[in-house]
Design a protein around this ligand. Structure first.
Ligand SMILES: Nc1ncnc2c1ncn2[C@@H]1O[C@H](COP(=O)(O)OP(=O)(O)OP(=O)(O)O)[C@@H](O)[C@H]1O
Ligand SMILES: [Mg+2]
Length: 278
C-alpha cells in the first residue's frame, strides 16, 4: 500500500455530456499526512475537483483513488466518504440538529456506529476542535467560526484519514477564520490527518506543504508556497494575487530596499525589517 492517500489520475469531468469540461486532465497526488492547498479564481474548477476526490462526482475520464479505493466502484462509495470527509463553505447548511452534540452524532448514526460507542467519539471530536464546552448549546447561538468547528467535529467523529475543506473560512470574519485554520493545522500536525485546503485567501495557503493553482479546469502550477509565490507576477496571469507579505516585499524591493526573496509571512517580514534596521 503506497502512502498516497488521494490519487487523481488524468481526470476530466463535464457536468453535461456536451458541455465544456469543468475539470480537464488533472493529476494530483496527496500523500498521507500532507497539507495541500488549492487556489484558483471563481469557476476554475476547485469545488468540482473536491467533489471528485470523495466520490460525490465520478470522473468522465481518468480515475480517482482514495486509500487505494476506486471512486468509480459503487461498493467503495460510503467508505470513501467516511475516510475523506468534506467541510463546505456555509456552516449553516451543514448543521442539522438543534443541539451541538446531536449534530456530531448525526453522521455516526448514518454509518451505523453502535450507540454505546457514540458518546466517546462525540466527546473526542468536539474536544479536538475546542468545542466540548459547547456540546449542549444550540448551533444557532454559536459564532461562524464555532459552527465551522462543530461541522469539522462531525467529520472527525467518523475517524477520517483526510478532510477536504472547500472554502470553509470564506464566510467567516478574520477571527473565525484564524480559529478554524488553527484547529485544522493542529489536526494535521498532531493527529496526522491529511488536509486538502481550498481557499481564496493567499495568506492561508502560505502555511501549506504544497500549493496547486487551478485555472480553467486545469492545474497549471504546483509547488511549495515559496516556489509558487516567488514571483507575484507569475500567478497574476491566473488572476490571483500573491500573499500580502510577498507583495509588500516586492514593493519594498522596487523602492530600493534589499528585502530578500521568498518572504511570505508576517514573521518573515518582521525578521527582514529587523535585520535591515540593525
Ligand atoms: N452543478 C453544475 N452544473 C453545471 N455546471 C456547473 C455546476 N457547478 C459548477 N459548474 C461549472 O463548472 C465550472 C467549475 O465550477 P466550480 O464550482 O468547480 O469552480 P470553483 O473554482 O469552485 O469556483 P468558486 O471559486 O466560485 O467556488 C464553472 O464553469 C461552473 O460554472
Ligand atoms: Mg467552489
Amino acid at each position: 500500500m503506497s502512502d498516497i492517500l488521494i490519487n487523481v489520475d488524468h481526470v476530466s469531468f463535464a457536468y453535461e455530456e456536451e458541455s465544456r469540461e469543468a475539470v480537464r486532465d488533472v493529476c494530483l497526488q496527496v500523500p498521507k499526512g500532507a497539507f495541500h492547498a488549492i487556489l484558483g479564481q471563481n469557476g476554475s474548477g476547485k469545488s468540482t475537483l473536491a467533489k471528485l476526490m470523495n466520490g460525490l462526482y465520478l470522473p468522465t475520464k481518468g480515475s480517482v483513488h482514495v486509500c487505494g479505493m476506486d471512486t468509480q466502484d459503487e461498493k467503495n462509495t460510503w467508505e470513501i466518504r467516511r475516510r475523506a470527509g468534506m467541510v463546505f463553505q456555509n456552516p449553516d447548511n451543514q448543521l442539522v440538529a438543534t443541539v451541538v452534540e446531536e449534530d456530531v452524532a448525526f453522521g455516526l448514526e448514518n454509518i451505523g456506529v453502535p450507540t454505546e460507542e457514540m458518546p466517546d467519539r462525540i466527546r473526542k471530536a468536539l474536544s479536538d476542535v475546542g468545542m466540548l464546552p459547547f456540546a449542549n448549546r444550540a448551533p444557532h447561538t454559536l459564532s461562524g467560526g464555532q459552527k465551522q468547528r462543530v461541522a469539522i467535529a462531525g467529520v472527525l467523529a467518523m475517524q477520517p484519514e483526510a478532510i477536504i475543506f472547500d472554502e470553509s473560512t470564506a464566510m467567516l470574519d478574520p477571527r473565525g477564520r484564524k480559529e478554524v485554520m488553527e484547529a485544522v493545522k493542529q489536526l494535521n500536525q498532531e493527529q496526522g490527518i491529511t488536509v486538502l485546503w481550498i481557499t481564496h485567501f493567499m495568506e492561508e495557503a502560505v502555511h501549506c506543504d504544497r500549493v496547486h493553482i487551478m485555472h480553467d479546469g486545469q492545474i497549471v502550477l504546483s509547488g511549495t508556497p515559496r516556489d509558487v509565490f516567488a514571483d507575484p507576477d507569475r500567478i497574476r496571469a491566473y488572476r490571483l494575487d500573491a500573499p500580502p507579505m510577498a507583495r509588500l516585499a516586492q514593493g519594498l524591493r522596487a523602492a530600493g530596499m534589499p528585502i530578500r526573496e521568498g518572504v511570505l509571512t508576517v514573521d518573515e517580514m518582521a525578521e527582514e525589517v529587523r535585520r535591515l534596521c540593525k
